[in-house]
Design a binder for this molecule. Structure first.
Ligand code: AMP
Ligand code: MN
Ligand code: MN
Length: 325
């Protein structure tokens, strides 16, 4: 799963050129990378005269509704009988598509564009590079190879994708190439200050109250190398916040000095706990999550445990401990 080859890129480009009706799909619980990547690609394909729709991946966090092209996100239109092409972005396997997974067989072909180390190569063409810092980097490569001229809207989406998946260009996945891409996006004329305020400095009071409550549940394990916080349905009701408002809690507690692995447990409903793991230096959290049929990246991964909050806590802590040195 190395750098994309020109051969793979050109095969994908050839297929795109031959297709007219194209759907773009991505993972549930959308984030900056899958939204930015989907929209950048959709805007570019529209420029080429394609009929494009971005399938609704689920409730869009309010930070991202400003993204150019957000109106291209629609629910599946039932009068469509056959699609020429499905492009799936930022999704390690087809289960990550949630209910949209069932639509894949309406398409003649699938292109899979992703950077998850756990990717299952489910496409007819797979543009998968686990070294890419964000799927947005792969979209950039594809558009360059297709000779699509980047405009401000496309560049804003690619910038958002890369910035959000790299902790604002700070993770070890960031390379000189990442910065070179960002430099080019700046040259296109994106409004850096405006984008950064919208994605990083616009949280609601509700989510701030939830953040405070969640931090109050902080527990440390294994000589303070593991930090865990919990968000229950009751806490959401008390603060009038939603599960989307928990973004950033897990990376925040990873910032505690001695912490190697941080864990956020979110009660989606009684008996269904969504786990978000982050690591700092050496634990491969995608392996921890694989144990519970989840996945992701070395430093950020997720899974769902179908138990109550306390049982899920005991189970994930036991598995994390197995991976601590
Ligand atoms: P999250 O903690 O939800 O922000 O997810 C961190 C990373 O792990 C993201 O790249 C997700 O796409 C991936 N991920 C989250 N949940 C799952 C899951 N259930 N299965 C596979 N990958 C996941
Ligand atoms: Mn993602
Ligand atoms: Mn990503």
């Amino acid at each position: 799963m190395n750098n994309l080859t020109y051969k793979d890129l050109d095969e994908a480009i050839d297929l795109i050129r031959r297709s007219n009706r194209i759907y773009i799909a991505s993972h549930i619980n959308p984030d900056g990378d899958n939204l930015g990547s989907s929209l950048a690609l959709a805007l570019a394909l529209r420029k080429l005269g394609k009929e494009v729709l971005v399938l609704n991946p689920g409730s869009i966090p309010s930070d991202f509704v400003f993204l150019p092209g957000i109106d291209l996100i629609k629910d599946f239109e039932d009068d469509v009988d056959e699609l020429d092409l499905f492009i799936v972005v930022d999704s390690g396997d087809i289960d990550r598509l949630g209910p949209n997974k069932d639509l894949l067989d309406r398409s003649k072909a699938i292109i899979n564009i992703d950077h998850h180390i756990t990717n299952t190569q489910f496409g007819n063409i797979n543009l998968v590079d686990s070294k890419a810092a964000a799927t947005g980097e792969l979209i950039y490569q594809l558009l360059k190879r297709m000779d699509v001229k980047l405009d401000k809207d496309i560049a804003t989406n690619i910038y958002t994708a890369i910035s959000t998946d790299t902790g604002k260009f700070s993770y070890e996945s960031v390379t000189s190439r990442t910065h070179r891409i960002a430099a080019e996006l700046l040259d296109v004329g994106i409004d850096l200050k405006d984008i950064n305020i919208k994605i990083y400095e616009s949280y609601s009071l509700e989510s701030t109250k939830l953040f405070i409550k969640a931090l109050n549940t902080l527990k440390l394990y294994s000589d303070n190398r593991v930090a865990l916080v919990k968000v229950s349905q009751r806490m959401l009701k008390e603060t009038n916040a939603s599960l989307d408002d928990t973004d950033g809690i897990s990376s925040f507690i990873r910032g505690i000095g001695p912490v190697e692995v941080s864990c956020l447990l979110k009660e989606v409903e009684e008996g269904e706990i969504k786990v978000s793991l982050r690591s700092k230096n050496y634990v491969d959290v995608s392996k921890v999550c694989a144990k519970f049929n989840g996945g992701g990246h070395v430093r950020a991964a997720g899974c769902t445990i179908f138990e109550d909050l306390d049982t899920a806590e005991a189970m994930i802590i036991e598995e994390i401990n197995r991976h601590l040195r």
